[in-house]
Design a protein around this ligand. Sequence first.
Ligand code: 5GP
Length: 124
Amino acid sequence: MPYSYDDQNIFARILRGEIPNQTVLDTAHTLAFRDIRPQTPDHILVIPKGPYVCFDHFAAEASADEIVDFHRTAAQVCAMLAITPGEGGRGYRTVSNAGEDAVQEVPHYHMHILAGRPLGPMLS
Ligand code: 5GP
């Protein structure tokens, strides 16, 4: 079944300016902002501005400009937080939950960037 996008989801409302957020970066196609319930000292959510439900929906249907802008913005967030290993940073984890088994809470595609403390093995 093709995805249908619910434009009342919380991130759609953030993109429309109906709900405040702590913006880190705002570009043509992408918004990065702090998670309201941070799991690490730095917990950033990166979202496309377009109506995509989850990773595979975004990868299949977004334009090349949107996809490049999304990833470059995420990388810029890492650079701003000084967590990029190639620049001497201590590193980070990216996570994207899709669907019920992954307990995706918000049905608008987002990448979590988790950093600021040792994260341990991924599934611990
Ligand atoms: P998911 O489980 O869908 O991968 O993650 C959704 C994330 O969105 C959670 O980490 C949750 O804390 C965050 N979140 C939910 N509502 C809001 C909100 O209104 N503002 C912000 N900044 N984050 C939110």
